[in-house]
Design a protein around this ligand. Structure first.
Ligand code: CA
Length: 365
């Protein structure tokens, strides 16, 4: 029997339940049983009664990898490619577990090949229900940003043009982070494995290690690590961010984990909560929370990033940034050529990024 290469191992959890004396808790625990707290009344445990116990048994099962179906797991299923076909992502180093993607027919683009390149221009783009220009559109046709964002939610853009403007952040300076003006470029990562470089190359990469998005000649480095509650659910992920930088010839590192920023420098460690009020680190780094997002501005480098609670991460670089021309990493080299980004990524995934971040077991930044 031939075994399809698109098979993946999954952990299936079975829960066994039983009852025993509450006083036997310790001996039950040694045998792998835990108190079934959800089935118990609140309050102290009465050692003279019977308690519910449960034991979780993890079983490894083999099934089709995400995006593959059929008895042999050899049928790609993209859940709909409008003007395209669902095919395997091929290339050196692409694992067989990688989900297939929609390869678009001529004149069409977007994740679902439902963006008509002939309709998209600076003034008319697509309107999405979510804030990251992914997923369902409010209309199959392009429209002006004002029409799209009149309700204050959703996003306006086109993956074909690598542009996305969330409607909720169209006021004030937050507007600067993702702009339709082409004086800046944005690299993004979403879900557990989606990346798009500054130059607009898109690819999938799954890693439980932190991933180096950007490394500049000035010593500035930016990593993200991803943990998702549900595999394949791009709206249920958490991204932690680590930024290393130099100040007055000293090394600093900054970590953004949920709602906390931890800065470590030669003088020790500061822990700063992220609030709706702006906080700053020295006179170069400013950050604040706004609704579901945390925004960071690194002023001298003309770099900013935004991390959404959903797990969307966008890194924006102004074209006038002093870093331009001297960067590498998963966000690409920003030379205007998407075609050369994949090569640099392959090298970085397997090479110095891992060495830089040896703690790769789990999701440690
Ligand atoms: Ca490039």
């Amino acid at each position: 029997m031939s075994v399809s290469s698109h098979q993946c191992k999954y952990n299936e959890v079975h829960v066994n339940k039983t009852e025993a004396s509450c006083a036997d808790f310790l001996s039950m625990f040694v045998k792998g049983w835990d108190l079934d707290r959800d089935s118990m009344a609140e309050g102290d445990i009465d050692m003279n009664t019977v308690c519910p116990y449960l034991k979780k048994i993890h079983k490894e099962v083999i099934g089709c990898c995400e995006g593959w179906t059929g008895d042999a797991c050899d049928t790609p299923d993209c859940e709909g490619c409008d003007q395209g076909e669902c095919v395997e992502l091929e290339g050196p180093g692409v694992p067989a577990s990688t989900p297939p993607y929609c390869r678009c027919f001529e004149n069409y683009g977007g994740k679902r090949c439902d963006e008509d390149l002939r309709e998209v221009n600076t003034a008319d783009q697509y309107c999405f229900e979510d804030s990251s220009c992914e997923g369902a559109k409010t209309s199959p046709h392009v429209m002006a940003r004002s029409a799209c964002c009149s309700g204050g939610t959703g996003s306006w853009g086109s993956s074909v043009r690598s542009e996305c403007t969330p409607c909720a952040s169209t006021q004030g300076e937050v507007n600067d982070t993702v702009s339709v003006e082409r004086d800046r470029v944005t690299c993004l990562t979403a879900g557990e494995d989606i990346y798009r470089t500054f130059d607009g190359a898109s690819f999938l990469h799954h890693s439980t290690c932190s991933v180096g998005l950007l490394r500049a000649g000035t010593g500035l480095e930016l990593y993200t690590s991803t943990s998702c509650l549900t595999a394949g659910d791009i709206c249920n992920c958490r991204k932690d961010v680590k930024m290393n930088f130099m100040k007055n010839d000293e090394h600093y590192s900054l970590r953004l984990q949920e709602n906390t920023v931890t800065v470590t420098g030669p003088d020790g460690t500061d822990v700063i909560p992220v609030t709706n009020e702006k906080s700053s680190i020295g006179n170069n780094i400013v950050f604040k929370r706004e609704d579901e997002s945390v925004f960071f501005w690194v002023l001298i480098e003309e770099l900013s990033f935004r991390r959404d609670d959903s797990g969307l991460f966008m890194l924006t670089l102004k074209k006038t940034s002093p870093l331009v021309g001297n960067i590498q990493g998963v966000c690409g080299n920003f030379d205007g050529k998407p075609e050369n980004d994949r090569a640099s990524l392959d090298a970085l995934f397997q090479g110095n990024m891992d060495e830089e971040e040896p703690v790769c077991d789990g999701l440690v930044l």
